[in-house]
Design a protein around this ligand. Sequence first.
Ligand code: PMV
Length: 328
Amino acid sequence: MKATAVAHPNLALVKYWGKRDEALILPQQSSLSLTIAPLEVRTTVELGGRGEDVILNGKDATEKERDRVVQLVSALAREAGVEPRGLRMISRGNFPAAAGLASSAAAFAALAVATRAALGLPRDVRAESIAARRGSGSASRSIEGGFCVWHRGSAADGSDSYAEAIFDEAHWPEVRMVVAVVDQGEKKVKSRDGMRLTQETSPYYPAWVASTEREIAPATELIRRRDLAGLGALAERNAWRMHASAMAAEPPVCYLKPRTLEMIQRIEGARDDGLRAWFTLDAGPNPVILTERSQLEEVEQLLRACGAIEVTRCEPGRGARVVEEHLF
Ligand code: PMV
């Protein structure tokens, strides 16, 4: 009972921020993302045997990390009618933590696909997305390639809260996302805590939920038409609204650093001179730039001139898949 899977991270253009069920990780609203290559996480899972051995990027997992992995694997085993006993799991990403990208989305997507394969279950995108979601919400969107929508769903058991591709990775070959690292320090408030605090205390939170759900249809149409300017404006607006709702929490949650704002404003300024680039921002200080292939040199130059420590260029990536090359 051993299998290996590869998955890419994803970056949200319409963000997920807040849960309606903490245990099942059910979101308050739908979200939309692009799965990105060439960054990837490879995970090998072996079930049976003795003990619980979890190694992430060459290091023993912390207790908390191991618990999340074991919880997901045990739940899948029980669903498959297998006694959850013994686990060896090794996971490795091809990008450094310093790249400014949360690897958890790719990691939980690869874990869900590898575990189901190790249990002998057939490929099933919806079941895999639901399993990945229970590890980390955004991981639900890394099962498929290209542009994906994570449907909010309404069932209490989460059976209709999963992500699926709306356009595959070949739909828009020119589109790019560039991650700029401005700060490598650990963030003070993890997304899990930041979203909970926003939801519980920010008077702007209900407005965030309502306005975001309404963005999915127009965003889908802009992607269908490959309208970069339209999609860029929508993504920027969505990021500002997420951060505004967080800043209005009690105590306030602010992920921006001075350099973040400087970069964002330089991007806005360069647009007046014809640069085709827009930003988005997750729960951290590192801007992500939505652009197209022809603009990459200019975008990177601008980001470096603003003090980016690391710049990572990404393109549309494929969905998670089972591979033959095991890590052990
Ligand atoms: O899935 P999590 O807990 O890493 O939360 C991700 C939240 C954001 O990155 C801020 C937005 C998103 O949709 O990815």
